[in-house]
Ligand binder design. Structure first.
Ligand SMILES: Cc1ncc(COP(=O)(O)O)c(C=O)c1O
Length: 297
């Protein structure tokens, strides 16, 4: 039996051919500004609804695209939503926090570091349960085997679009949910792509363990033909020029946290691979507007 799924995104997203590479345009997912995170949310909301949940509880950093998308998904599905945001409220809420509020979510600032979020989400869900609610708790980035199904299905979607089997598929990595799903999905269909994950926030040994843990929980043990690239210390002053070059050459907008880091990694893939490159544009448009503001002044 296939897992419950609540359609949210406009799929398949286009696979665009550019000079020198292909772009998988999940920035065009068409669900708020959630980008690729809409894929995970389709399965998370499907599961939440199947379990009779009445409130979604999740958390993220102030700039989390996942949190904004989760709030919107909960609203569309008729669930309440509580969002825990790391740190304290700044003078001006971020675009993603504003999106979560506009979607009707209750936003709590935790005053704590983002690494405390998953525990705090569980605690908040337990509190709501004690008070008669039916919460569905989701860790940062939707990083559960259910959330990762979004990218397992995306692997099938890409295979149907790619005119060849040899490819280097590059995607930015935060919580690891997307790449874990992609690796599991690739294994399920037997595709020959080499997968490159560009870690933007977590050190490589930690994110590697988290990704492999998720892939194993999805039923795939031995994962080969993939590589992690460390972009956690990538210099922020290169983001503006990289973003502007892509914008001027192709009319495609990338954000600084994920998109420009992945784009910079593509430029350094040779000689590791000579296969055609597919760069997964995962979205991040709220922060892209910030970068545009900085680059233009
Ligand atoms: C735009 C964008 N790209 C990539 C990622 C990383 O995805 P994952 O957390 O599944 O590794 C995120 C995470 O929120 C994101 O918002």
């Amino acid at each position: 039996m296939s897992p419950p799924r609540r359609p949210l995104a406009l799929l398949p997203t286009p696979l665009q051919r550019l000079a020198g590479m292909y772009l998988k345009r999940d920035d065009l997912c068409g669900f708020g500004l959630a980008g690729a995170k809409a894929r995970a949310l389709e399965y998370l909301l499907g599961d939440a609804l199947a379990r009779g949940a009445d409130v979604l509880v999740t958390g993220g950093s102030p700039g989390s695209n996942f949190v904004a998308g989760a709030a919107l998904a909960a609203s569309v599905c008729g669930l309440d939503c509580e969002v825990l945001v790391a740190g304290t409220a700044g003078e001006q809420p971020t675009a993603t926090v504003r999106m979560a509020r506009c979607a009707g979510a209750t936003v709590h600032y935790t005053g704590a570091d983002r690494d405390a979020l998953d525990t705090l989400v569980e605690e908040r869900a337990a509190h709501l349960r004690e008070h008669g609610r039916a919460p569905y708790a989701v860790p940062r980035g939707g990083a559960t085997p259910v959330g990762a199904l979004g990218f397992a299905t995306a692997a099938e979607e890409l295979a149907a679009q790619l005119p060849f089997d040899e490819a280097a598929v590059v995607l930015p990595v935060g919580s690891g949910a997307s790449i874990a799903g992609l690796l599991a999905g690739r294994a399920a269909i037997g595709a020959g792509w080499r997968v490159y994950g560009v870690s933007v926030s977590r050190p490589l040994p930690r994110i590697r363990d988290e990704i492999l843990g998720l892939v194993a929980r999805m039923g795939h043990e031995a994962v080969t033909n993939w590589k992690l690239i460390d972009a956690t210390g990538a210099a922020g002053d290169r983001d503006g020029p990289i973003m502007l070059a892509a914008l001027r050459a192709d009319g495609v907008l990338f954000d600084a946290k994920y998109g420009t880091k992945a784009l910079a990694a593509v430029a350094r893939l040779r000689p590791d691979t000579h296969a055609p490159v597919v760069l997964w544009h995962t979205g991040g448009l709220p922060a892209a507007l910030d970068l545009l503001g900085r680059a233009a002044t």
